[in-house]
Design a protein around this ligand. Structure first.
Ligand code: NAP
Ligand code: G4F
Length: 340
């Protein structure tokens, strides 16, 4: 039986990956942080499973990580833990660097110090944010990076230290350069989930308006449940390598909004420009979406579109598994069932 250790197990991706690995017969160990309120909704349904084991630790604390890696002796580590909010990284830049950059180094060093250099495979959650102020379109494994936030700069260190340890020590470690992936478990402050929750609340009459930042920003959005399978597939390759995972399709925040409201039976029309742009319900004339300049970022990544050809060829990745419409539908359906 293989043993996997997942950092960030309580997050969106960690919860889907845990389900996948338990289904494959793995013993799954996860690292959770102590918090004054328990927020383990995404993994609560797994806690009775006899091959599901949680450990307290923190990516900023080498001692805790070393103790966990040294006692679990995992075959595979999935390093998903991060301060993952790009906007928030401008407010907590030092902490973001500590966890998203130094945290990766700590994991790699734990593996070496536990004597697992030749046996333990490591997946690092790299990101399309590395392309930042994009230098070509679509973006592939060969596109130069131009990180454009404290989050992306920290993740760039993580990306390179993984490559370095692969070359210097022959470790089996891979970067998954994942483009945005969303789901009904997405954190509520990311734009897609903020929109689908607002659609549900507006339909139920408990929210009157949705405030957003840059409506023109474009993303390559996929479904998180599909993406975690690629993480696992990367570690089953003969040789370690880095892969872009994306759908190869792009939509703006504005389009996501239109589609989500439309699916809930509201046809939106956007009028005006810049800060004066508004999303209006065509039937009632009510303003449902407005721009809040406070939600703009000091530097924003606005044109992400991935080229998933390498993953298609080598990982048998199917970028059409869940369409954009299907993704929006899954999220709106889920949020419409929410009890407030
Ligand atoms: P998420 O839902 O925000 O989950 C982040 C996880 O990291 C949570 O379990 C969180 O624990 C944990 N964490 C945060 N700081 C930590 C620390 N100091 N020590 C230990 N654990 C810590 O993120 P996600 O969407 O699942 O993303 C997973 C990873 O992929 C992240 O590294 C993210 O940067 C990267 N990524 C995500 C996307 C995407 O579109 N989702 C795309 C590319 C890359 P708490 O529950 O205690 O907060
Ligand atoms: O949903 P977002 O916050 O995601 P972002 O910044 O792309 O980051 C996510 O994806 C990355 C992969 O590319 C991950 F590495 C990262 O961990 C995270 O999962 O914002 C998407 C876009 C941005 O351009 C933002 O400026 O939407 C724009 N936006 C417009 N209004 C908004 C809002 N973003 C948020 N969060 N909230 C708004 O009201």
């Amino acid at each position: 039986m293989k043993k996997a250790l997942i950092t960030g197990i309580s997050g969106q991706d960690g919860s889907f990956l845990t389900e996948l690995l338990l289904h494959k017969g793995y013993e799954v160990h996860g690292i959770v942080r102590r918090s004054s309120t328990e927020h383990r909704e995404r993994i609560a349904h797994l806690e009775e499973h006899d091959k599901f084991i949680l450990h307290y630790g923190d990516l900023s604390d080498y001692v805790s990580l070393m103790s966990i890696v040294g006692s679990v002796l995992p075959d595979e580590i999935y390093n998903l833990a991060a301060q993952s909010h790009v906007g928030v990284s401008f407010d907590v830049a030092e902490y973001t660097a500590d966890v998203d950059a130094m945290g990766v180094l700590r994991i790699l060093e734990c593996v070496r110090n536990a004597g697992l250099t030749d046996s333990c495979k490591i997946y690092q959650a790299s990101t399309s944010e590395l392309y930042g102020r994009v230098e070509e379109k679509p973006q592939s494994e060969l596109t130069p990076f131009h990180p454009y936030s404290p989050y992306a700069v920290a993740k760039q260190y993580g990306y390179w230290i993984v490559k370095e340890y692969r070359e210097a020590y022959g470790m089996f470690c891979c970067n998954g350069i994942l483009f945005n992936h969303e789901s009904e478990r997405r954190g509520e402050s990311f734009v897609t989930r903020k929109i689908t929750l607002a659609v549900s609340r507006i339909k139920k009459g408990i929210q009157s308006r949705l405030y957003l930042g840059n409506l023109s920003s474009k993303r390559d959005w996929g479904y998180a449940k599909d993406y975690v399978e690629c993480m696992w597939r990367m570690l089953q390759q003969d040789k370690p390598d880095d892969f872009v995972i994306a759908t190869g399709r792009q939509h703006s925040v504005r389009e996501f909004c239109e589609r989500a409201f439309h699916y809930a039976g509201i046809d939106l029309e956007f009028t005006g420009k810049g800060l004066n742009e508004k999303g209006i319900d065509k039937n009632s004339g009510r303003v449902l979406v407005e721009v809040d300049p406070g939600l703009y970022r000091p530097t924003d990544v606005v044109d992400l579109l991935g080229n998933p050809d390498k993953a298609k060829q080598k990982l048998n990745w199917n970028p059409d598994r869940t369409s954009f419409d299907e993704l929006v539908r899954i999220m709106v359906d889920y949020d419409m069932q929410m009890k407030y």
